[in-house]
Design a protein around this ligand. Structure first.
Ligand code: HEC
Ligand code: HEC
Ligand code: HEC
Ligand code: HEC
Length: 425
């Protein structure tokens, strides 16, 4: 073989190898963009049916059944009564269902089962309670409009078969993200935001925000309303409630202090929205639904749980510190929030007790008593806003610690006011 021929043979060999690599990349390895839209029909709620077409997403969705503690020691997916670690809950929610049953949240697949078995519901519970537990809301709302909210929950339960499933977040025809909760759509419209025109990036938080928010029921109609008329900060929401919107004055009257109380519900969206991550454009899905890879194929994890169970995928796309460093940062924040949350909750409990005693004493000044009741109502709101939020402060540490500081101060003000009113000082 002469020299020239050898060079040509080598070059042809290299070319052949490159060609094979390119063919494998293009035709054998499936890139992320090969998702084939299955054209599932509207009204198909069974995730197993969707799973036939989107097996990777479905397989990860099924992991929502897993019940395990979180590596942070907070959060986690086990159904544990919160009052075991925080007995002040029993005093602060005395006279209302949360003192009977208040457990740690767990995976989306359990939403309906946990609704059906909670001791918080009875014959008088409104149908409005199913709003955030099932995708079947779509059909029910189409048929009845807001009238469903007033129907007793017990009447609606037998037809509810599917919990939080694909159809809660996806349009079955296009697989685009969507929100189905009319209360969220209305509240956003009032803020001047049309969710139908939202960007993909915004939808990666809106799909969660449609449920992970504070809300109340209009007393007459049981319609679900998000109290955002004045803003999303706990101070602004308190101001909103103080104006007695739609004749809503309170969730219940505390049997000891006789204060008109509010109950906060999981305000993750509100707390996140003021934090450094939201301000940097980091969505709920960025942390809770990170990208995974199997056999070179990239897909979105549908195991929606504590991001610290897979910190590498959830955090290290943006942060170059080690997993251990990030976990430690989260824990330092959560531990300081937990300590302040306990102090706030206990100080509020003490205020209820002291106001309760003064209420029974004949010589207590009535105007001062009412002032103390307003103070304990507000103190508890600030404590509960943080305690009911599920990240133990991580979603916005600065705002959360400030809110707990306000709670402790207000609870002490309630106590000194009542001591003055009953002539104690
Ligand atoms: C920057 C990352 C990040 C973003 C963005 C984020 N979260 Fe979280 N979230 C966390 C971390 C970290 C925790 C604490 C988990 C733990 O303690 O194990 C958490 C906890 C939670 C929990 C409680 C989990 C449990 O184990 O009980 C819920 C619910 C939650 N987040 C919802 C949301 C929602 C809804 C949004 C958007 C509005 C959001 N998160 C945005 C990181 C994030
Ligand atoms: C809580 C909301 C939520 C639920 C429930 C949900 N998804 Fe998703 N899904 C998302 C988000 C967020 C993305 C990322 C979309 C984006 O960034 O454009 C996504 C992306 C996808 C994609 C695009 C490919 C990918 O992996 O990124 C498919 C396919 C998909 N989901 C299928 C499903 C199936 C099947 C189910 C039910 C078993 C389901 N989803 C349930 C929120 C959800
Ligand atoms: C249809 C309402 C709904 C939607 C949409 C929704 N959630 Fe949830 N989420 C719930 C409910 C209800 C629970 C509690 C279920 C239980 O404990 O039975 C929950 C539980 C959770 C938990 C606790 C899981 C665990 O392992 O402890 C996390 C984290 C969470 N959601 C985050 C999100 C994120 C992030 C999104 C958006 C991608 C989202 N959720 C969308 C209603 C919703
Ligand atoms: C999409 C990008 C992105 C993801 C994902 C992300 N972060 Fe961040 N994080 C940021 C940005 C941007 C900041 C703002 C400060 C900066 O530039 O470092 C920040 C700030 C922080 C801070 C300091 C501020 C504070 O609130 O205490 C901590 C701690 C942190 N992130 C932890 C985490 C953890 C834990 C996760 C995973 C659960 C995570 N981050 C996921 C982008 C991200």
């Amino acid at each position: 073989m002469d020299r020239n021929k050898k060079i040509w043979m080598t070059l042809a060999g290299i070319f052949l190898v490159l060609l094979i690599i390119i063919v494998v990349q293009v035709f054998v390895r499936k890139p992320y963009t090969t998702i084939k839209i299955a054209n599932i029909s509207e009204g198909e709620y069974d995730p197993a049916v969707w799973g036939q077409y989107y097996p990777l997403e479905y397989k990860s969705y099924l992991r929502n059944k897993e019940m395990a503690a979180s590596p942070t020691g907070y959060g986690g997916s086990e159904k544990i009564q919160k009052s075991i670690k925080e007995p002040e809950i029993l005093i602060n929610f005395k006279g209302m269902p949360f003192s009977i049953d208040y457990s740690e949240d767990r995976g989306h697949v359990y939403a309906l089962e946990d609704l059906k078995t909670t001791k918080r519901i009875n014959q008088t519970t409104a149908g409005a309670c199913m709003t955030c537990k099932t995708a079947q809301l779509t059909d029910i709302f189409k048929e009845k409009g807001w009238d469903y909210a007033k129907i007793p929950l017990m009447e609606l339960l037998p037809q509810l078969k599917h919990p939080i499933v694909c159809a809660n977040c996806h349009d079955p025809k296009t697989m685009n993200l969507r929100v189905i909760n009319p209360a969220f759509i209305e509240a956003m419209a009032e803020r001047g935001i049309d969710v139908k025109k939202a960007s993909r990036e915004e939808m990666r938080s809106y799909v969660c925000g449609q449920c992970h928010v504070e809300y109340y029921f209009v007393p007459a109609s049981k319609k679900v309303v998000l109290p955002w008329g004045k803003g999303l900060h706990p101070e602004k929401i308190y101001e909103y409630y103080s104006a007695k919107p739609n004749d809503f004055a309170m969730d219940w009257k505390h049997p000891d202090s006789e204060a008109n109380m509010l109950k906060a519900q999981h305000p993750e969206f509100e707390v996140w929205s003021g934090g450094v991550h939201a301000k940097s454009g980091v969505s709920c899905a960025d942390c809770h639904m990170p990208y995974m890879k199997v056999d070179g194929q990239k897909y979105t994890s549908h195991w929606v749980t504590s991001p610290m169970k897979h910190g590498k995928e959830a955090c290290r796309t943006c942060h170059n510190q080690s997993d251990q460093w990030l976990l430690d940062q989260v824990k330092v924040t959560q531990t300081s929030v937990w300590e302040m949350q306990r102090i706030a909750g206990q100080t509020v409990a003490k205020a209820h007790e002291i106001i309760g005693k003064a209420t029974k004493a004949a010589r207590t000044n009535k105007a001062e008593l009412d002032k103390a009741r307003e103070l304990v109502r507000k103190a508890q709101w600030y404590w509960d806003f943080v305690a009911a939020e599920n990240s133990m402060g991580f979603h916005n540490p600065t705002m959360v610690l400030n809110t707990l500081g306000r709670s402790i101060d207000l609870a002490h003000q309630a106590i000194t006011t009542i001591e003055k009113a009953s002539g104690g000082r």
